[in-house]
Design a binder for this molecule. Structure first.
Ligand code: TXA
Ligand code: MG
Length: 346
């Protein structure tokens, strides 16, 4: 199939420009679109054929449920059967925004969307293009990140094409996404409120609104143990092609260790890449150095793009500096830990 790309001109009406893409959704097709976090691959939540083609295009296992994207509270109400007070508080505080809420699903949501679970994950994205697209489609849009299974989530339209060109009906090109890591997923469907995946909204923001929330035990672990509540916790989820050595630490000690590692690896004539989150590292052209910035916002925004640049440069080993696990840093470290083949603490 030919993938039609719709380029968005920010100077013109967004609503007018998303009509053709929305028509594809209405007729059962699938379209990738930008959100404030990463690009999603969307289809009509109520059309099982469309949902199946999303799984097929991504080569995603059918046991990994999709997030449903809404443009209004009415659309949300249709999808869920029980809404606790905590969910209302979180929606008031953070919607539209990078927060996904897991609740008991209504009978309207097909089991293909939720991978057979009795719950559904819902969010309202904070980007005009996404909201107008959902409005124009007139239905909630189920959408996983628009990458092939086990590849980094796309933060640019080019990334989507690299993975899915010819496999999807359309792509709305809205440029680079602003946040760069996926939404925070909080499960409010049980008695205990738990963050299943850290993301764009930090844990302390959530706790400020609804009190204590737990963190799923696998968030900073390489392997999942026990029952998988959120299959996105499969260990190799956000990985670049190369081996990735994550180095945790700070200051001089961190920089020294990273430089040592580069020197050691260079001896075995590998192609090395370095992801820097502290002081800039300078090396000659034999090493691919990407400075991600030092703030969590900047690191999050550039991380997946950097993974893909390392793929492009055919790097064998990536040495990645860690960052503190507070605030947005928890989401960053979760992605890095899952991508890592080795973790060193200095
Ligand atoms: O920022 C985001 O969340 C992006 C954009 C496109 O909205 N979406 C995204 O979707 O990251 P995806 O499919 O790549 O990750 C969704 C995660 C998966 O790990 C899935 O297991 C989990 O959400 N999930 C979906 N429904 C769930 C449910 N009912 N219970 C628990 N986890 C669920
Ligand atoms: Mg994903």
């Amino acid at each position: 199939m030919k993938t039609i790309v719709f380029h968005i001109d920010q100077g013109k009406s967004i609503y007018d420009q998303v009509q053709d893409a929305a028509s594809i959704i209405k007729s059962g097709g699938i379209v990738a679109f930008p959100t404030e976090t990463v690009y999603g691959l969307g289809g009509n939540t109520f059309n099982e054929k469309a949902i199946k083609s999303i799984f097929q295009a991504k080569q995603r296992p059918a046991d990994d449920p999709l997030i449903v994207h809404v443009s209004s509270r009415d659309m949300f109400s249709d999808l869920v059967s029980r809404v606790p007070e905590s969910a209302v508080k979180l929606m008031d505080a953070f919607w539209p925004g990078p927060l996904t809420i897991v609740l008991e699903k209504s009978g309207k949501v097909p089991g293909t969307v939720t991978a057979g679970l009795p719950t559904v994950a819902v969010r309202m994205p904070d980007l005009d293009i996404a909201l107008e697209f959902i409005r124009a489609a007139g239905v909630p849009i189920a959408a996983p990140s628009a990458n092939l299974f086990e590849r980094p989530s796309p933060t640019r339209a080019e990334h989507v094409l690299l993975d899915l060109d010819g496999r999807i009906d359309g792509l709305i090109d809205g440029g680079k996404t602003t946040i760069g890591v996926e939404s925070t997923i909080v499960d409010l469907s049980r008695d205990k409120q738990v963050i299943l995946r850290p993301g764009g909204i930090p844990r302390d923001f959530i706790e400020h609104v609804i009190g204590k929330v737990g963190l799923h035990e696998s968030i900073l672990k390489k392997q999942t143990s026990g029952k998988i509540t959120s299959p996105g916790m499969h260990s190799k989820h956000y990985a670049p092609d190369a081996r990735l050595v994550l180095v945790k630490g700070h200051g001089r000690a961190l920089a020294d260790r990273v430089n040592q590692l580069i020197d050691a690896k260079l001896k075995s004539v590998e192609r090395i890449g370095v992801l820097v989150t502290h002081e800039p590292i300078e090396r000659d052209d034999s090493v691919v150095v990407i400075n991600l910035g030092t703030s969590a916002e900047s690191i999050a925004k550039n991380l997946f793009d950097a993974f893909r640049k390392m793929n492009e440069k055919r790097v064998d080993t990536i040495i990645a500096e860690g960052t503190p696990e507070s605030g947005l840093g928890l989401a960053i470290m979760n992605r890095l830990v899952k991508a890592a083949t080795e973790i060193i603490t200095v």
